[in-house]
Design a protein around this ligand. Structure first.
Ligand SMILES: [Zn+2]
Ligand SMILES: [Zn+2]
Length: 369
């Protein structure tokens, strides 16, 4: 591979253009990966729409790169988890760089680092150019890759490489999910689909509140097997509360859901979620990633019903390991995960981004199969 394509984003104009850069031998401590799958995350859409922090230079977005190791720089002999790596292995690149020095990092809470960096926030003209995921190639430190175990379908891994670890971190912060708990998932985007699959796999009675506007998304939601699906467009808040209370009564779980997981990102979902929980219920909130404004809530309900509200925004390398382990432990889920992908060439970045933003693709990925 002498050159590779990259979709370069210019924040000032919010435009992508496709450029070709030379592929060089990776520097010390770095590995070179050729594209297999590289997902477009909601975060990328938000950045492209100017809704997240400004970046001052043209760069390559993308933080869900799965590639084949083509070359290893000096001293790059293992992945971030200390497992040996070799040319030909598949690996997932994690772009997060916790500082390792702040109060939270020193407590081991690297997912909540106070000075997070990302590997791709570099000008594309700076060698080795391939800092981000929207490209045919990526060069990244060995400390930021996790080897994908043999036997795991990379196409399945590509379904939720960010959403999966995000949900797993929120669950870890919130004490996990227990068998037979009643779990309500708000939203059926990437986070919501993974949360639904995960809650079902943990043996929870699972209610998904989502949209049926897109037939493919509805089909994917149903494939992940929620016990109840509620279309939020055709059911008002009272209707949702009534349905969840009936489920709680039938399951003998008290006055509401044990756990509610907010993945929709809609501020209006928050007071609804609070009202669905049982007394002492846990509300996991990993979905309000971009600031979409304020909403009124009745705080007394938190006090009187002793609710537990758990926020979570990022994830750790260990959460990626947990995501890969989860997939390995549930092989039947792999084809279902793989089925949500819509694949695009890097050169088709405009179409891919438009389809991701409009929800036409359930999971848009750049791919070389
Ligand atoms: Zn993401
Ligand atoms: Zn830190």
């Amino acid at each position: 591979m002498n050159t590779a394509q990259a979709a370069v984003f210019t924040p000032a104009t919010r435009a992508f253009d496709v450029r070709e850069y030379p592929v060089a031998q990776p520097g010390p401590g770095h590995v070179g990966l050729s594209l297999r799958y590289s997902g477009i995350c909601g975060t990328d859409v938000h950045i492209a729409e100017g809704k997240l922090g400004p970046m001052p230079f043209p760069l390559i977005l993308g933080h869900e790169f799965i590639g084949r190791i083509e070359a290893l720089g000096a001293d790059a002999v293992t992945d971030a988890l200390g497992r040996p790596v070799a040319v030909g292995d598949l690996a997932l690149a994690c772009v997060a760089v916790p500082c390792g020095k702040c109060f939270n990092c020193l407590r081991g809470e690297t997912a909540s680092c106070l000075a997070f960096g990302v590997t791709y926030a570099k000008p594309v003209e700076e060698a080795p150019h391939f800092h981000g995921g929207f490209a045919g190639y990526q060069e990244i430190q060995w400390r930021n890759i996790v080897r994908i175990p043999d036997g795991l379908d990379p196409k399945a891994v590509a379904a939720f490489p960010c959403g999966g670890p995000t949900i797993l971190r929120a669950c870890a912060y919130g004490g996990g999910l227990e068998k037979d708990e009643l779990v309500v998932v708000q939203g059926n985007g990437s986070l919501g689909l993974f949360a639904t699959a995960y809650a079902k796999a943990k043996g929870c009675r699972t209610v998904c509140i989502g949209s049926s506007a897109n037939a493919r998304r509805l089909e994917a939601t149903r494939a992940f097997g929620p016990d109840v699906f509620i279309d939020f467009r055709s059911t008002d808040a009272d209707g949702v509360r009534k349905r969840v209370r009936e489920e709680a009564e039938a399951a003998g779980r008290g006055d509401g859901a044990d756990v509610c997981i907010e993945t929709s990102g809609d501020p209006a979902a928050f007071p609804l979620g609070l009202s669905l929980l049982r007394t002492r219920g846990r509300y996991f909130v990993p979905g309000q990633y971009s600031d979409r404004g304020e909403i009124a809530i009745p705080p007394h309900t938190i006090t009187f019903r002793a609710l537990q509200i758990i926020g979570s925004g990022q994830y750790t390398l260990d959460d990626i390991r947990a995501y890969l382990d989860f997939l390995a432990e549930h092989p039947a889920l792999q084809p279902r995960f793989a089925s949500v992908l819509s694949c695009y060439a890097v050169a088709d970045v405009q179409t891919a981004m438009a389809d991701a933003a409009a929800g036409r693709a359930i999971k848009a990925v750049f791919a070389r199969e």
